[in-house]
Write a protein that binds this ligand. Sequence first.
Ligand code: NAP
Ligand code: 8YV
Length: 324
Amino acid sequence: MPAPNAPEIIMTGPMMAYVTDQLKARFVVHELWNAPDKAALLAEVAGRVRGVAAGGGHNRVDGALFDALPKLEMVASFGVGYDHIDAAEAGRRGVTVSNTPDVLTDEVADLALGLLIATVRQLPQVDRYLREGKWLKAAYPLTTSLRGRTVGIVGLGRIGKAVAKRVEAFGLPVVYHGRTRQDDVPYRFYPSLVEMASDVDTLISVAPGGASTHHIINAEVLKALGPNGILVNVGRGTVVDEQALIKALQDKTILSAGLDVFEDEPRVPAELIAIEHAVLLPHVGSASVYTRQQMGQLVVDNLASWFEGKGPLSPVPETPWKKA
Ligand code: NAP
Ligand code: 8YV
């Protein structure tokens, strides 16, 4: 039970019990997704709700919700990517937004390398081959290799750098594309994504979603990547033009793709599912018990810190916090 006069918050979607139990112990929690009439719930609590815990299904948090909650001070989002939150609008209205950076970096980087190897060495297909009893008749055909590849990272941020470190440990050269050259990294910078794609055979995208990255991996980039090309995407689905990718896989413009993220999750186009040589994961980059608990704890801790008057622990750049 929360203390008398505990702050009131809204949860936009379900989160694991580890998080929900802690939120309910500290705050009066309103479950928006469970309300039979969401507008009625919002109208009823509008004068009292000061916090939002956002997560579970990437429900949008934007001007409409800010309009409905005039007393809102703080949105704590579950996940490092926050393209489902209009953080710029929050900033204009004096609402602080936090995300969950760093605590998931290694988990997602591990998954990216696992997905790369699974794609290049066809691990899901090889597993199916054995289970179907085909090994009894013949050895699995030889696969392509990581050896001799050069990896271009799209979005050399926290996770991108952790991916780069792992790729280096596998003995492969790394280059990167982003909006800005980083002087403190030993990797070649490409201001042009098409130019980088034509110089490498393996692209790993760890770029965030949003308008500035929408479809930056398009037909031209895939053509430049070429017939030995592998695309791994663990960033956001919207970064890749999915229809262009389907075509590039169907007509062998590139060799294969390993995807953890899609344009319209959880819906994955049937044409993509039909492509036997691609490896498709249901957005599981951070999805271990250990890491999801770390992320959830940071959601709780951000809200707790805010309502203790100490400010957010991990605000997003659009809503920097200065103590009044
Ligand atoms: P980060 O540290 O902010 O890194 C993002 C990188 O993307 C930066 O290096 C940035 O460099 C680059 N970037 C931003 N806009 C760009 C643009 N228009 N063109 C090219 N590069 C651009 O974030 P992070 O912690 O590494 O997380 C990255 C993303 O991974 C998240 O936003 C999320 O979408 C995704 N993610 C996915 C999973 C999963 O489960 N699959 C889990 C966690 C995170 P510049 O500013 O120099 O451009
Ligand atoms: C989560 C992610 O699966 O942190 C992110 O940006 O994409 C993943 O860690 C997601 O945010 C939870 O809904």
